[in-house]
Design a protein around this ligand. Structure first.
Ligand code: BGC
Length: 772
């Protein structure tokens, strides 16, 4: 773990320029607004190590699958969110020398991600090869007020000479993905235009035919005054620019304001794109940079008002959690049910920007508690819309009668992952999608969701489980063979306890949901069953038989659930006994050796204990945690947060804090040595859970909130806000008490440890910890 950035409560700050660290910084300083986002690449040319990345939500390319040996059932393509038009570019030439930080001496450098107000700022002083020195500063943001616009303020000052500047703001759509399978470019040009002070370029994705139109408009100021300039329009293949020549006397600052609009055919008719783009640009330009910046700060202020977590007494922990919340809010706003949350958000290409089980298993609780209800609902509706594709996906693998297998990786509902052990075997993802429906209903109380959208999905998934599970004559029990659990360091295993458990649970929950609807919305229930040709008697009889007689592996002597059949036959070595040089295993060991070992990539049995905690007594939880934690290498970012929550529940406060710090500063400190590929955005929601569910001990029980708080040692207090069924609450945890403010909504009743409390609207209650 490296501590490279300056610790600060509201910002991430880099104070010197280390080219070797640049790609990590580009990821960490990424900005976005739910619609578009980009890595913290430089505006001016940079010939050093960089991963250029501008991404637009929902715009993808189905890159033809590339595998060594084709297997029947493999998906045709791997969807990739596309590196899209680079709109930040501003070329700078100083007396015929190109400004490029890789080619000059960097005397001072500072980069700041201001999370409070939502912008990225950078300043530096550089000495060119000629000895001329310039000072540059830039500030930019993707507007969260109008998510189709962005703006940059870029300034340059010659320090020890009178300069002839050539300034070239540009839009470059001639970009490619670093991870393309066949080294192709994914964009074709549709339209371009460069004229005085503005330029537009529209491109179309190959195969998928999405149109993306980007426009720019700019003003130049010197000595605080807007100046007239001559510009030379430039048009090249998928590239438009305006070159402006200007002199600047020593010490005089030249400022460029570059306004950008970026719109797609997902939201507008193709033919209207140039007109709408122009209109958006003119509006942004008329509104002006300062106003846009002030509105951005205000809008972020509003977001923070409801989603901030305040940690008093630990700046590193504070910075960590804010960074996570900031990135989550930059990635997904929940306004568009066609969009979802890629594991890297808008910060990199890895994982193709596609949707994984991460959304349901990790992200949903964050949006449930910190955003309006429709945000979490839209995440569920996204999957509902993909139900037919999930049924087709299962059919391709040989299932029938409406069985639905949701993809491991998807953009539009089609599977696009092509490693057989994941595509065909990592089917526990289906369970997470069912669990998310339960989680949403449990949290919001919105039972109407089941009748409206939820039940169809639950039935499709239950049908899949009932076909995937087989009867073992030898065991005289139902079993599930040949799966990969959440722990991807085991493949093709039999009876993964987690997968068996969540499959069983899905069928139970689906039956309960039907039962509930038979009382509350009988006609709707009948309609759903008819539409799905549900054969009530035979189908439910099979489900009930599985529920009554499913095999769940366990070891009686150790008193633990077994990750899978035969897990204990493996040589049992603990992580603490692994030589340091062997870690991370996925970079140091052969895949074969990893598969043979007992080491666990990420929470697996413990993932099940986390989801179904109320089914187990504390000693069972402890035995499983004590057994599995020492064998877990946490080589997925999704792992430490689950261990943090369980450790907190078991009263292992030091470990809970250790896991929390690891998850919350994973990217800031580049813990896994891979942040240069992008941030671990989905696991950031896990960080939030580790604070609220770990230290806050928050759960929903019997339709009410429950807290079992504690404060990590050096913290003076911890405070967070949550929405719950029409109430907005602030929870402040002090060393000896918990304060609950019922900010808005009706009177609420809840529990702290085992005692019930009622809090009037607008009132605060201080409750002593019963369990210090
Ligand atoms: C994890 C998966 C996860 C994926 C995307 C993998 O390393 O093992 O559980 O879905 O990353 O975050």
């Amino acid at each position: 773990m490296k501590q490279y950035f300056k610790t600060d409560e509201w910002s991430v700050i880099e104070e010197n320029f280390d080219p070797a660290h640049n790609k990590v910084s580009e990821s960490v300083f990424s900005i976005g607004n739910g619609r578009m986002g980009q890595r913290a690449n430089f505006e001016e040319q940079y010939s050093g190590k960089t991963l250029q990345g501008n991404y637009v939500a929902g715009i993808y390319y189905p890159d033809k699958t590339r595998v060594g040996w084709w297997k029947n059932g493999y998906p045709e393509y791997f969807a990739k969110v596309l590196n899209a038009t680079n709109w930040i570019g501003i070329g700078i030439e100083i007396d015929y020398e190109i400004l490029d930080l890789a080619q000059c001496e960097v005397l001072e450098f500072r980069r700041e991600l201001n999370m409070k107000e939502g912008y990225l700022e950078r300043s530096f002083t550089a000495r060119l090869k000629s000895g001329k020195e310039v000072k540059v500063s830039s500030k930019r943001f993707c507007s969260i007020v109008n998510s189709e616009t962005a703006v940059i303020r870029y300034s340059i000052t010659p320090l020890n000479f009178d300069a002839k500047l050539k300034i070239t703001p540009f839009l470059d759509a001639d970009v490619k993905n670093e991870d393309s399978n066949y080294d192709e470019k994914f964009w074709d040009e549709v339209f371009k235009e460069a004229k005085y002070g503005q330029a537009f370029v529209t491109v179309r994705t190959k195969k998928t035919g999405f149109h993306l139109c980007t426009g720019m408009m700019f003003d130049i100021f010197q000595d605080g005054h807007k100046i007239e300039y001559q510009s030379q329009p430039i048009e090249k293949e998928k590239f438009v620019a305006n070159k402006v020549s200007k002199t600047a006397a020593k010490g005089v600052e030249t400022v460029i304001y570059k306004y950008v609009a970026c719109i797609t055919s997902e939201n507008h008719e193709k033919e209207t794109l140039p007109i709408i783009c122009k209109q958006l640009l003119e509006n942004a330009h008329a509104h002006g940079y300062e106003n846009m910046l002030a509105e951005q700060a205000e809008a972020w202020g509003d977001k923070w008002k409801e989603s901030d977590i305040i940690i008093d007494g630990d700046t590193a922990a504070q910075q960590g959690i804010r960074f996570n919340i900031f990135q989550l809010n930059q990635t997904y706003t929940g306004e568009d049910e066609r969009l979802n949350i890629g594991p890297k958000g808008f910060t990199g290409e890895k994982y193709g920007g596609s949707t994984y089980w991460d959304t349901e298993a990790y992200c949903l609780p964050f949006y449930l508690a910190t955003a309006p209800q429709k945000v979490a609902r839209n995440l569920l509706i996204y999957r509902h819309k993909h139900l037919q594709k999930a049924i087709e996906n299962a059919a391709k693998l040989g299932f029938n009668k409406g069985a639905a297998l949701y993809p491991m990786v998807t953009m539009n509902g089609e599977e696009c992952h092509n490693e057989w052990e994941i595509t065909f075997e990592e089917i526990h993802r289906n369970g997470a999608i069912a669990f998310a429906i339960y989680d949403y209903v449990r949290y919001t109380g919105d039972e109407s969701y089941l009748a409206e959208f939820g039940l169809d999905v639950l039935i499709g998934i239950s049908r899949f489980w009932s076909q995937r599970i087989t009867f073992s004559e030898q065991k005289q029990q139902y079993v599930m063979l040949g799966v990969t659990g959440p722990n991807e360091y085991e493949n093709n295993i039999n009876n993964n306890w987690y997968t068996n458990t969540i499959a069983l649970w899905t069928m139970k929950y689906c039956l309960e949901a039907m039962e509930k609807l038979s009382k509350t919305s009988k006609s709707r229930l009948n309609e759903i069953l008819k539409n799905l040709s549900f054969e009530k008697e035979t189908e439910t009889a099979r489900w009930n038989s599985i529920i009554a007689n499913m095999y769940l592996p366990s070891d009686e002597k150790l008193g633990i659930f077994l990750q899978q059949d035969g897990y204990l036959d493996k040589e049992q070595i603990l992580v603490k006994d692994l030589p340091k040089e062997d870690r991370p295993l996925n970079q140091k060991w052969s895949w074969d050796r990893i598969l043979r070992s007992c080491f666990i990539k990420q929470a697996d049995v413990l993932q099940g204990i986390f989801l179904f905690e109320e089914n187990f007594d504390i000693e069972t939880i402890r035995r499983n945690y004590d057994f599995y934690e020492p064998r877990t290498v946490h080589e997925s970012s999704l792992s430490p947060c689950v261990h943090a929550i369980i450790a907190a529940k078991l009263g292992d406060r030091d470990r809970a804090y250790e896991f929390y710090l690891r998850t919350s500063r994973l990217d800031i400190d580049d813990y896994n040595n891979d942040t240069e590929d992008g941030c671990h955005t989905t696991s950031m929601a896990g960080t939030w859970m580790s604070v609220v569910m770990g230290f806050g001990g928050m759960r929903v029980r019997n339709n009410e909130l429950y807290f079992a708080p504690f404060l990590p040692n050096d913290w003076k207090s911890l405070s967070f806000k949550i929405r719950f069924r029409g109430n907005l609450l602030q929870i402040i945890i002090n060393p000896n008490s918990i304060l609950i403010k019922n900010i808005s909504g009706n009177a609420i009743s809840l529990s702290v440890f085992e005692t019930k409390h009622s809090i009037e609207s607008g009132k605060t209650k201080e409750i002593e910890h019963l369990n210090k």
